[in-house]
Write a protein that binds this ligand. Structure first.
Ligand SMILES: Nc1nc(=O)c2c([nH]1)NC[C@@H]1CN(c3ccc(C(=O)N[C@@H](CCC(=O)O)C(=O)O)cc3)CN21
Ligand SMILES: CC(C)C(=O)C(=O)O
Ligand SMILES: [Mg+2]
Length: 270
């Protein structure tokens, strides 16, 4: 069993923390069997498996449903669920209830919040209530309209300092780890050095305590993947071949065959 305390106590000499997203039971099972430490039910499901072009349309109902599916496929890995756009930040009571439901009903072990100055208090409140929080800073995709694009963040000294200070504030508020996305490697390295909790990077260079990617980017199932992602397989080709094989077998009258057990029942003509 991987717990939030196992992640929190990650040491400098330990192997890097591995995290991957999953949005369904069979994929979550494979991610866990591979020995990945943390399975993230990311709001990247909007792009990755729901056909949206951002994470903004993803709802609590979407994340609850997908987190349930993932939690049912996982025994040992830590399951973290993203809080989707506007499920926190508008009303603190609603935020607490939404976060709580991801644990008590969907079966997640922790939640992840895209952070800013407004999430420091919320982090403290959630942690006090027993809801572990993973913070997310740097490029936070729920702010894409505010940023005006998908470019790297914290590229100036001023903005890098802001991110560092927010990281420290969320660590002090009780976050057990911190995702740092799409920032310069030296900025991610300095944040990592400054914090007692582990950092998990995406598009943030090699000097974080762990790495995370979106599963469809890793598998070669994404229509578009960010430049910092790496494709480690070509599952789309495998799927195309299987589907093509099925279609051909039906069209050629080869499927179903006797071995598929469609024998006749012993009855008169209807
Ligand atoms: N499939 C997938 N993978 C991801 O890693 C991912 C998602 N979806 N959805 C949520 C966010 C969005 N992310 C992204 C998506 C695109 C870029 C990207 O293309 N950046 C380019 C263009 C920058 C620009 O528009 O100026 C770059 O060169 O940095 C970066 C992060 C990372 N996350
Ligand atoms: C890319 C990770 C960090 C994420 O937030 C997601 O998958 O939604
Ligand atoms: Mg996310």
């Amino acid at each position: 069993m991987t717990t939030v305390q196992d992640i929190r106590s990650h040491g400098e000499d330990d192997a890097p923390i591995t995290m991957l997203t999953a949005y369904d039971t069979p994929t979550a099972r494979i991610v866990e069997e591979a020995g990945v430490d943390v399975v993230l039910v990311g709001d990247s499901m909007g792009n990755a498996v729901m056909g949206h072009d951002s994470t903004l349309p993803v709802t609590m109902a979407d994340v609850e449903s997908r987190a349930g599916a993932v939690a049912r496929g996982v025994e040992d890995a830590l399951v973290v669920a993203d809080m989707p756009f506007l499920s926190y930040g508008a009303d603190e009571g609603d935020a607490v209830e939404n976060a709580g439901r991801l644990l008590s009903e969907a079966g997640a072990d922790a939640v992840k919040l895209e952070c800013g100055p407004h999430t420091v208090e919320l982090t403290e409140r959630l942690v006090n209530l027993g809801i572990p929080v993973m913070a997310h800073l740097g490029f936070t995709p729920q702010h894409v309209q505010q940023y005006g694009g998908y470019g790297r963040r914290a590229t100036t000294r001023e903005e890098a300092r802001e991110v560092l200070e927010l990281a420290e504030a969320h660590a002090d508020a009780g976050a057990f780890s911190l995702v740092v996305e799409h920032v310069p490697a030296n900025v991610a390295a300095q944040i990592t050095d400054a914090l007692a909790i582990p950092t998990i990077g995406i598009g943030a260079g090699p000097d974080t305590d762990g790495q995370v990617l979106v599963i469809t980017d890793v598998l070669g199932l994404s229509e578009r993947a960010p430049p910092f992602a790496e494709q480690f397989g070509d599952v789309a080709t495998e799927m195309r071949e299987a589907v093509d094989g099925y279609r051909e077998a039906v069209e050629d009258g080869e499927f179903p065959a006797a071995e598929h057990g469609h024998g006749d029942a012993d009855l008169d003509d209807l």
